[in-house]
Design a protein around this ligand. Structure first.
Ligand code: 13P
Length: 230
């Protein structure tokens, strides 16, 4: 399974160095992708896990103050990059079109995008979630060659950081919708996944792994989570 660790904007330099030492002790057969902050990407030294970023510029390098290009990420050994996280869609007003541009930038540098999709509580309650998810996927892959390699992370917004998880049936319904558009792509689940609910979540059908937020910051609990996957 793929286990992607989204540190979000947590861990300063010293905290990250300590964290890195602790997660380096984790012994797991899963494919672990660590996604630190941009700055901590420069401090990353773990060889047995893959390195991911949490964002990328939608343009090539150039006169774009404050942006980090896909080329620069690649030069630091980044092989994966989260795009379209709901926190960026909501707080930075990232649009599906911009996400599409980011995916193209990443793929031109052989960085595998981890595309986050998912609905708000309101969209689910109004039964609009399928259209929202379809639109998020279809616009993101527009004129993208070889889009089969993109990893899709289904993260219902109402589940992120709330401790509330969907039923496996709800997740499987969305996974089927994703598969109907992208039959060959890997799919992850993300949203309040932890060492307590993994016994339930590991039964999700056709699941290729998890995208972890809060749990990514707790090496001891993360170890328990990984052991329960065996
Ligand atoms: P939590 O695991 O903290 O709910 O966060 C999920 C997430 O947003 C990962 O990208």
């Amino acid at each position: 399974m793929i286990i992607a660790l989204n540190n979000k904007s947590n861990l300063d330099k010293y905290e990250f160095l300590d964290y890195q030492e602790r997660i380096n002790r984790i012994d797991s057969k899963e494919q672990i992708i660590v996604c630190p902050t941009f700055l901590n990407i420069g401090n990353y030294t773990i060889r047995k896990f893959s390195l991911g970023a949490q964002n990328v510029s939608s343009t090539e390098e150039g006169a774009h103050t404050g942006e980090v290009s896909a080329k620069a990420l690649k030069s630091f050994g980044v092989d994966y990059c989260i795009v379209g996280h709901s926190e960026r869609r909501q707080n930075q007003k990232e649009s599906n079109n911009e996400i599409n541009k980011k995916i193209k930038q990443l793929m031109a540098q052989d960085i595998i995008p981890i595309l986050c999709i998912g609905e708000t509580k309101e969209e689910r309650d109004n039964n609009h979630y399928k259209e929202i998810i379809e639109e998020e996927i279809k616009t993101a892959i527009l004129s993208v060659p070889n889009y089969d390699t993109i990893i899709i992370a289904y993260e219902p917004i109402w589940s992120i950081g709330t401790g509330v998880i969907p039923t496996n049936e709800q997740i499987e319904e969305v996974f089927s919708l994703i598969k109907s558009i992208l039959p060959n792509n890997k799919i992850l689940y993300g949203g309040s996944a932890n060492e307590k609910n993994i016994d339930q979540l590991k039964k999700i059908k056709n699941n290729d792994g998890f995208l972890l937020g809060g749990l990514s910051l707790k090496p001891a609990e993360l170890s328990i989570f990984l052991n329960k996957l065996i």
